[in-house]
Design a protein around this ligand. Structure first.
Ligand code: BGC
Length: 803
């Protein structure tokens, strides 16, 4: 016993004391500054801090989650393609299964692991864990980004953000990998559904609204994909060749607006190269422009496995490499040790990671409930969805569907609606309300024989196709069937009106096709034509509902139906939200934030999408993980979307900013605060509801600039607002403020944002072509709004489109 006591006194006590003093001398994130903590870390620890903990497997689909993953050979094959994960990390259980990634934690410094998760339409996590379906973790599927932008309603989008952010927080996530705001450069972009608009003012302001909403919960966002990531083909290898002006005015502008108006916690760099450099390795982009010019204060992370050279990424200011692989950590350590990476740079990157950790709910010890108010959020998802739907056509007040009681419901997606696109923008939701259910809930009967025909057909087609194995695997909608004239006749007799839903889906990893995707298939066109003719012969109306995530061709068939409702992909409450608009419970007030051209060949980037492979080899295909060397030249320059159609007088099928209502509005009293622009000018306009039902109007302010020194688009959106719900006869006065900076163009030769002198025409529009009021003001002398330096300079001459 004596010996034991002696041993205790001699060995154990000093050891404990030593351990305590060492612990006390190690700076703790709780007590010390970020700089002190980083200063106490070894190079190895810092290099780990700036690379994530890896990705064991992409977020599973609900189905896969229930299965024994080992038996799933395809999933196993996918796993084997994944870069290795640190063995130690693998054994640390995930706080939130199915989340996209996490950072390294260091207990000795009081640094916890933080968790990040997709994505733009809802929190994407595993809904069922350990095969236990008694407790589920489903998330709200919000309407897709394109729909949210079509609301043009920043306060509604902020409200969505507030509820969305609450779900992020209650499911234990620190940073949401959203929103996504790349420009709709081309209708075939596979992820356009996640993105907002062809216009940076819409994209930037909608982004700022949702970021402010989400982050008001004390969780972070990652605005993505920075930048010029406008296609999925060869997404990891595509070199985007773009002029400085187009880059700054079109592809960076939305990010700039979002950074200045919402200062998001993080930005996600993209997969592509810009003018020969990976964005994640571009000091010009991530440090000179993002941080120095715009004043971004947060952290930059890569897209998953994005870029090639971890050292270049550190130097560029890409602080965090996600999801992180051991090879990257090693490369960083080696570079510091052999002097090719200044440790100071690594310190700065590590400090930014710690700043992010400090803000996170995990660090603050937030006790998440795993029980967000999903019922309440579903209501908001439904309301937001109906606000962003766009009434494209409504002859003779076909809608709302007052008198129709029994509806003949055509089109597979009427029964099997698409809530949102695929890939990381998908959401594991508890349910999706079909249009059939939505109509039933709204009190409409649906013709039963037709319903049975469709349900049987869809079930058969689905049974025959292989089940999706991966979360990103695109499952195209079941192709439409040809319906005999006899059946159509019967339906026209037995029902009061026809609804035909046309569905499209797309997602991460692939762009869309022109044939049978942008265009309608022959069977779809026949369906619309034949149903229209048969129902019209019996004096009955036909409504087409578009359940799509991206732009399609409409010009060849839009004359057939009486009404067309663009419902986009409306999230989990899809059917209810569509029924709200069809029934008139909600008066549609969405407007197009992206143009519907007549033909694909009218699209200004059509001949430059998705670019060309540098060493074409028909046998080698680009895939989800790896692309082949390729380049795309943005020859259309600044003439993207309506900037092109309006300038070059190319008539679209439905123009940017377009959308009908069940009521009418009058615009009057446009007044400018001055006839000369000093620093800013205000414009006021009064909007009156002149129709019979309450409604909201989107008021759009376009500017036509003098265009004497620089080529300028005919019209450019500079501001927008949505009225409140105006009762018949009610008016609202909207005030817009325009600054010199809003009018500036990027003058590449001068490396400056310049507002040229001359006469500026203010156009207040109900769309980009439907101008309701004009006025003008003068800029007496050229204003150099901001002098910068040339960045991301193209290495080759670009044959850019000019007026
Ligand atoms: C996507 C990102 C996403 C990330 C994590 C990538 O493949 O491009 O948008 O946030 O995966 O899931």
């Amino acid at each position: 016993m004596k010996n034991v006591l002696l041993l205790f006194t001699v060995l154990i006590v000093p050891a404990v004391l030593l351990a305590q003093t060492t612990k006390q001398s190690i700076p703790q994130l709780t007590k010390s500054t970020v700089k002190q903590v980083v200063a106490a870390m070894t190079v190895e620890q810092k290099a780990k801090l700036v690379t994530g903990m890896g990705m064991i497997m992409p977020g599973p689909t609900a189905d896969n989650d229930k299965k024994n993953k080992k038996k799933d050979s395809a999933l196993a094959a996918l796993s084997s393609m994944m870069p290795p994960v640190d063995v130690d990390d693998k054994n640390i259980p995930e706080k939130v299964p199915g989340a996209a990634g996490r950072t390294h934690g260091f207990k000795q410094f009081g640094i916890p692991i933080i968790t990040v998760s997709d994505g733009p339409a809802g929190v994407r996590i595993s809904p069922i864990r350990n095969n236990d379906a008694t407790k589920t973790f489903y998330a709200t599927a919000w309407p897709v980004g394109t729909l949210l932008a079509s609301t043009w309603d920043t306060s509604l989008v902020k409200k969505v953000g507030i509820a969305f952010g609450n779900e992020v927080k209650e499911y234990g996530i620190d940073v949401l990998l959203a929103p996504a705001l790349n420009i709709h450069r081309n209708p075939l972009g596979g992820r356009n559904f996640e993105y907002y608009s062809e216009d940076p003012v819409v994209a930037g302001n909608i982004t700022a609204a949702i970021v402010n909403g989400i982050e008001s919960n004390g969780v972070g966002t990652s605005i993505k994909h920075f930048a010029a990531n406008n296609q999925e083909t060869n997404r990891n290898s595509i070199n985007t060749i773009v002029s400085e002006r187009a880059l700054r005015e079109i592809y960076l502008k939305g990010f700039e607006i979002a950074v200045k108006k919402s200062q998001p916690w993080t930005v996600m760099s993209s997969y592509n190269y810009i003018n020969g450099k990976y964005t994640s390795e571009s000091h010009d982009l991530l440090t000179n422009i993002l941080r120095k010019e715009w004043g971004f204060k947060g952290l930059v992370m890569t897209d998953w496995f994005g870029g090639k050279d971890p050292v270049a990424q550190m130097k560029a200011g890409n602080d965090l490499l996600m999801p992180g692989i051991p090879m990257q950590t090693k490369a960083i350590v080696d570079a510091v040790k052999n002097g090719t990476l200044d440790e100071k740079i690594l310190n700065e990157n590590a400090e930014r990671v710690l700043q992010l950790v400090l803000e996170s709910p995990t660090y603050k010890g937030y006790k998440f409930s795993d029980k967000p108010d999903l019922a309440q959020h579903a209501k908001l998802s439904r309301a937001a969805a109906s606000e962003g739907m766009i009434l494209l056509k409504n002859n003779n007040n076909t809608l709302p569907l007052h008198s129709a009681k029994t509806v003949a419901l055509f089109g597979n997606t009427s029964y099997d609606i698409i809530a949102g696109g695929t890939g990381s923008g998908d959401v594991n939701k508890a349910y999706t309300v079909s249009l059939l259910q939505g109509l039933n809930n709204a009190g409409y009967a649906v013709e039963k024989d037709l319903k049975n025909i469709y349900e049987t057909y869809i079930a058969d087609a689905k049974a025959k196709r292989p089940k999706p194995k991966f979360f990103f695997e695109l499952v195209p909608p079941v192709p439409e069937q040809y319906l005999m004239a006899e059946l159509l006749n019967k339906e026209a007799t037995n029902s009061d009106a026809a609804i035909i839903t046309i569905g499209r889906n797309a997602g991460e990893g692939a762009d869309r096709q022109v044939d049978n995707d942008f265009t309608l298939s022959a069977v779809e066109k026949d369906l619309i034509k034949n149903v229209s003719e048969t129902f019209h012969a019996k004096n009955k109306k036909v409504i087409v509902v578009l359940n799509i995530g991206g732009v399609i061709e409409t010009a060849s068939w839009k004359d057939f139906p009486d009404a067309i409702l663009l419902a986009w992909q409306p999230g989990m409450e899809a059917g209810n939200a569509i029924a709200d608009v069809l029934s008139g419970k909600v008066n549609p007030s969405g407007k197009l934030a992206t143009t519907f051209p007549v033909n694909y060949t009218d699209v200004p980037s059509a001949k430059n999408f998705p670019g060309r492979e540098l060493n074409p080899d028909p046998k080698r295909k680009s895939n989800f993980f790896g692309g082949v060397p390729a380049e795309v030249i943005y020859e259309e320059g600044i003439y993207v979307g309506y900037r092109y159609y309006n300038t070059f007088n190319v008539k679209p099928s439905y123009e940017f900013g377009y959308g009908l209502s069940y009521t009418n509005f009058k615009f009057g009293n446009l007044k400018l605060s001055s006839i000369d622009l000093k620093n800013k000018i205000t414009a006021t306009v009064t909007v009156t509801n002149t129709g019979k039902v309450a409604g909201k109007e989107v008021v759009q302010l376009y500017i036509s600039a003098p265009g004497k020194t620089l080529d300028k688009p005919a019209d450019e959106l500079k501001s927008f607002a949505k009225t409140n719900l105006l009762k018949p006869g009610e008016s609202e006065t909207i005030t817009f403020t325009i600054n010199a900076a809003d009018l500036a163009s990027y003058d590449t030769n001068a490396a400056a944002w310049v507002t040229e002198a001359g006469k500026y025409i203010v156009k207040i529009g109900a769309s980009s072509l439907d101008v309701k009021a004009f006025s003008s003001f003068n800029v007496a002398k050229e204003i150099v709004v901001q002098k910068v330096t040339n960045q991301l300079v193209p290495k080759v001459q670009i044959n850019e489109l000019k007026k």
